[in-house]
Design a binder for this molecule. Sequence first.
Ligand SMILES: Nc1ncnc2c1ncn2[C@@H]1O[C@H](COP(=O)(O)OP(=O)(O)OP(=O)(O)O)[C@@H](O)[C@H]1O
Ligand SMILES: [Mg+2]
Length: 393
Amino acid sequence: MDQSIKTLVALDANVAYDTIQAALPTDSSVQVVGMIEGLDEAWNTLQETTADLLIVACGGYSDRALYLIEGAVRQRPSRPVVVLTQGSPNGFVRRVFEVGADDVVVLPESQEGVKFSLQKAMARKLGVTGVGSLATAPLISVLGPKGGTGKTLVSTNLAVSLAAAGRKVALVDLDLQFGDIGLCLGLSPERTVYDLVKSGGTIDADKIEGYMTPHSSGVRALLAPSRPDQAASVSVELLRDVYSVLRGTYDFVVVDTPPGFTPEVIATIDTSSDVCLVGMLDSLSLKNTKLGLETLELMGYDRDRIRLVLNRAGSRVGITGDDVRTVIGREPDVFVPSDREIPRAVNEGQPIVLAKPGSEAARAFGLLAGTFLESSGGNGSAKRRRSLFARKG
Ligand SMILES: Nc1ncnc2c1ncn2[C@@H]1O[C@H](COP(=O)(O)OP(=O)(O)OP(=O)(O)O)[C@@H](O)[C@H]1O
Ligand SMILES: [Mg+2]
């Protein structure tokens, strides 16, 4: 997009002018036509201005911000609204999308990152698809609104299943503080994403390859830093570069994420082609899964790009398939049963699809991989998949 985006910025009382000023791109991509302090005043200006886009900046949860967004969207639905916030307390991101905002950027974020969000919001409203993207491989984010639902189990087994179907697969551990993909796959983290950051310079395919750890299945993993304090040096900007390079060189990129909608997770969802939401079969988890689904839909995700995986589906917790459909409002795509072999396989650093290929869990992952192979137009892969996961005797 070559044209400068005429932007009106409305500042809530709980955010400093300088902070927002510093976050905005300084090149010609964005032209700030007004910076208004106080959201109540913003409303009058909004009615008079011809800005292309509205930025609402706030320090964290703000009812005033929600009110302004809602009014602005109603007044001119074709004008995108992007929220810059210094924190994303529980439920705020969801509310922001609910009232009609196009994107949320959690600060601090680089000027490039902010620019990308503004351009994307404009492009979406103009009906432009595939902003700045070439033909690239699917990027699947594996998400779970809560910890311990089985995201890492799903991402590792999905990646290995796709590799077993003959695909070139990159697996990225975005759980930057407590990532355990290395453990689950029995890999030793000699080089991690932290080393990639520290190496400096531009990121290209050759360079990234030097930081990927190979697994015997053919999957290549970009492992999380080995110490939690190293996580902070991995920026959203770097992740975007990493994703775009991997999508150019692999057939599939699978990203394991930490629980919740952190800034890194939001940025990853934004760039991903598909989302795999992992929930569990108890009422609290179902409620969170439903909230997760709603948040994704509010972020503009088509339902058919979201796979819903219900983990520990065999547990006897008094919840039926009908209960699930009633609470979540849709049919799960795949059920993964509870299986004592799963923690054992994890302890041995073996994904269950390789440790127990005949198990029901392994077949569930085969099925999940199949849905991605089909939608990516995988020729002949179905046959190979079936033979891989056929029950052994
Ligand atoms: N279907 C299952 N049957 C038995 N054990 C399971 C099953 N799914 C997950 N587990 C066990 O539950 C634990 C949590 O799983 P996992 O690490 O995949 O969850 P997670 O969502 O990635 O967690 P976190 O949010 O901490 O990253 C692991 O010890 C795993 O072995
Ligand atoms: Mg995990």
